[in-house]
Structure formats: C-alpha cells, structure tokens
Design a protein around this ligand. Structure first.
Ligand SMILES: Cc1cc2nc3c(=O)[nH]c(=O)nc-3n(C[C@H](O)[C@H](O)[C@H](O)COP(=O)(O)OP(=O)(O)OC[C@H]3O[C@@H](n4cnc5c(N)ncnc54)[C@H](O)[C@@H]3O)c2cc1C
Length: 409
C-alpha cells in the first residue's frame, strides 16, 4: 500500500491547512451569528461571509478538490483528497467553502458520470461554479430506507414525460437558499429485478407538484442553511430528458454515488476527531482543578492516549479504503468502504464525547464547534446507510473469503 502524496497533493495540503487557519477557523463565530436560528427555511439566507470565503478559496485555486477529473477539479487521487477532506472536517462550514460539501459532491459526480450533455450544461456547470446547490431525495419516511430497493415513490413514464409522486425525507440541502435542483429516486418497474426497478430523475426545485413540507431538526438543530427536508411530490411532470442515464438504472447510480460520498464522510469524521483532540488537550493543559491541570487528573492521560490510538487506526483504514478505490475501484473496495463507514464515525463520536467532557458545561453549548461536530458524526452512523447495513456487507465479504479459503463454493 502506498499512501504517499505527490508534490502537487502536498502543496494542496499545505494551502488548505493555511486557508483553514487564516480564513475559516476565525470566521466560525461570525458565520454562525449570521444565521437566523429559525426553523422556517423560507427565512434562511446564505451568509454573505460564506460567499466571500468561497470567492477567496476559488481565487486561491482551492476549489472542487474532490473532483477526480482534472478538467473539472483538482484531479487528485482519493488517497490524496483524504488529507484535504480531513482538514475540512475541522468544522461544519469548511467543505462548502471549497465547494466540496455533501450532497452536492455526490450529485456532481452523478451528473459527471451519468448525466447527458444537456443535463451537465444545465446543472453540473453551475454546481461546479458553486452558484447553485442541490439535494438528493432517495429515502422515505414510510419504508425502511436502509434497503434502497424498498423505495415506493414513483417515477412513471407517460408519453414524453415522467410523472413523479411520493414523499421523501431527510433531503439534505433542500432548504438552502441556493438549492435549485434535486435528484429524485422513484419506482418505475415494480415487477423488474429488484436492482432495476428504480430511476433517477432531475427535478428543478420550482417544478409544479413538488413541495417542501418542513425541515426536520437533527439533534435539535436545523442545519441551517442546508436543512433536511420532508418533500412531497404530487403528479409532478418532468420532460423525459430529465431521466439520468435511463429508466431502471436508479439503484446502480445510487451505489456508484455512495462509494466516494461515504468515504468523504469518514475523512471529515477523522478531521472532527482531530479538532476535538486539539481542543481537549489545550483545555486540559490550561484549566486547573484541585490544584492541577485537567490533563493530569484522574484517567485523563488514558483518555488522550486512547483517542490518539483510535484516530490513527481509523485514519489508516480510511487510507487503505481510499487506496483501494484508486487502485482496484469502488466495487472491489466495498468491504473496506463499509468497514471504515462503521469505524470512523463511531471513533469520532467517542473522541468528541471525551472532548465535550473535558470542556465541562461549555462543551454542550454552541460556543465551541464540539456539540455541532458531535451531532454531525452521530448522524453519519445513519446517513448513507446505518452501521448494521455496513457490518452486513463486511460479513458477507468475509464469509465468502473464508469459504473460498476452504475451497468451498
Ligand atoms: C442527518 C441525515 C442526513 C441524511 N441525508 C439524506 C439525504 O440527503 N438523502 C436521502 O435520501 N436520505 C438521507 N438520509 C437518510 C438516511 O440515508 C437513512 O436514514 C438511512 O438510510 C436509514 O434509513 P431509515 O432511516 O429508514 O432506517 P431503517 O431502514 O428504518 O432502519 C432503522 C434501523 O434498523 C436497523 N437495521 C436496518 N437494517 C439492518 C440490518 N441489515 N441488520 C441489522 N439492523 C438493521 C439499524 O439499526 C437502522 O438504524 C439522511 C439521514 C440523516 C440522519
């Protein structure tokens, strides 16, 4: 395994690190202060500060760093992007600054890999420019959405149109003032093989028949200005040209989209844990109780050592999965991607919890990034598939491997 970075990647790492330190970390409080704090997404505005930071990042050439196609973005290997995404995980605003935030990255990759020229022109271009945002509407409140083949909302052809019906939820990013398009997954062929029943359709946010019902809080916060929406579609009619790749290919596209998306979450989780570690150790050095710095009290040295060991383990496994994606492809790396999708957020959850504890009451407020990061990493254990589904994948590969070792079918 080779996790080494090319000189070009090393240069990106140094520049993202400096940009984070000089521009993004100091802007955290002002950014959050510019949000409305309202549960009504119709009042949300994109903070001007975010657009200023985006413009600076773009001017510095730190833009679309996730994009493996060198004509559209940085053209880095997954293992190289890992270090950058980790840095972006130090807070919940950095990824958007570099145009590397979910769910837009996944949607851009779908349009890049499967979109027609017209779809790329209309939607991929402005997404790559950071002018618009997008959402991904797959999961539904009415069915166990861990199983993507369960989706019941429909996308039915009718002449030159596709008619879309159903209720989706946790459509992340749909409340963003700049959100203009969503990717909808609907049932087209109920009697086909379960992996060929669904289709993906591009739906402009203002398409007749579509309506955001409400934004769901995740751990009491609304993730303004992105938001996780409940969206209803009633006989929304779209031109057939809005189908991505072809009817019945929805499951295939969802799987292709989720490989990179999952590992990006893992990289950001490691960054969140590193931020927690930095804050926890600084706090523990400087705050004194019972005559000693907190770091010297009770079992706190063990807490720090255990956190460091857990972060290193998770990072190595993330890099292994990334390296496999680069060398043998997403399909062959499925077990490793699922392994790290379980390991990274669980590890980050523990490290953040330790850092919150070391901060005392301050740790649960919004005056530090810790509580927001803790909520984020906890939700990663559900988003893009819950832990149990990923363990199932790991076990399936392991059982097959062991049977093959024994020479059994
Ligand atoms: C913050 C956040 C953002 C999200 N963003 C998006 C988005 O942008 N677009 C989108 O479409 N969806 C999004 N989701 C939804 C997410 O993908 C689903 O919540 C997830 O796939 C699980 O589906 P479910 O909630 O229906 O849980 P269910 O399928 O009902 O499962 C519930 C629980 O059952 C257990 N379980 C399920 N399968 C197994 C198994 N095989 N073995 C053992 N136990 C099992 C697990 O504990 C699981 O958590 C988001 C979710 C969150 C929390």
């Amino acid at each position: 395994m080779d996790f080494g970075h090319s000189p070009r990647a090393q240069d990106y790492i140094a520049r993202v690190k400096a940009f984070m330190r000089e521009h993004i970390i100091p802007a955290e409080s002002a950014y959050h202060a510019a949000l409305t704090g309202s549960s009504d997404w119709r009042q949300w505005r994109q903070p001007a500060l975010m657009e200023e930071l985006k413009a600076k990042a773009r001017a510095a050439g730190l833009w679309n760093l996730f994009m493996p196609d060198p004509h559209l973005g940085a053209g880095l290997k997954v293992v190289e992007y890992a270090a950058l995404a980790e840095l972006m995980g130090h807070n919940t605003i950095a990824a958007e600054v570099f145009n590397c935030n979910a769910p837009d990255t996944g949607n851009m990759e779908v349009l890049h890999m499967y979109g027609s020229q017209a779809q790329q022109e209309r939607w991929l271009k402005p997404l790559l420019a950071g002018e618009i945002r997008s959402a991904f509407c797959m999961t539904e409140p009415g069915v166990a959405s861990s199983d993507a083949t369960n989706m019941q909302a429909t996308a039915v052809p009718d002449g030159d149109e596709i008619v879309v019906n159903g209720r989706k939820w946790f459509s992340s990013g749909i409340g963003h003032p700049n959100c203009r398009v969503l990717i909808f997954m609907g049932l087209t062929y109920p009697d086909a093989d379960r992996h060929q029943r669904h289709s993906m359709i591009l739906v402009p946010l203002d398409a007749p028949g579509g309506k955001i019902e409400r934004i769901l809080p995740a751990f009491v916060v609304y993730d303004e200005p992105f938001g996780h929406g409940v969206v209803v579609f009633e006989n929304s009619r779209l031109p057939k040209e809005n189908v991505i790749a072809g009817l019945g290919r929805g499951f295939e596209i969802a799987q292709g989209r989720l490989g990179p998306g999952r590992i990006h979450h893992c990289m950001r989780c490691i960054g969140a844990a590193e931020r927690a570690m930095a804050m926890m150790t600084e706090r523990g050095d400087k705050r004194v109780a019972f005559g000693k710095p907190l770091n010297q009290l009770g079992g706190n040295v063990d807490v720090i050592a255990n956190a460091r060991m857990a972060i290193e383990q998770a990072r190595l496994l993330t890099l292994k999965a990334a390296w496999m994606m680069d060398t043998v492809g997403v399909k062959a790396a499925m077990s490793e991607i699922s392994q790290i999708k379980v390991i990274a957020p669980n590890m980050a959850q523990q490290v953040l919890d330790a850092a919150i504890q070391m901060h005392g009451a301050l740790g649960v407020t919004l005056d530090t990034p810790l509580s927001t990061l803790a909520a984020y990493v906890r939700t990663v254990r559900l988003a893009d598939g819950p832990d149990e589904v990923h363990r199932r994948v790991v076990a399936r590969f392991e059982l097959a491997r062991q049977r093959a070792e024994r020479g059994e079918a």
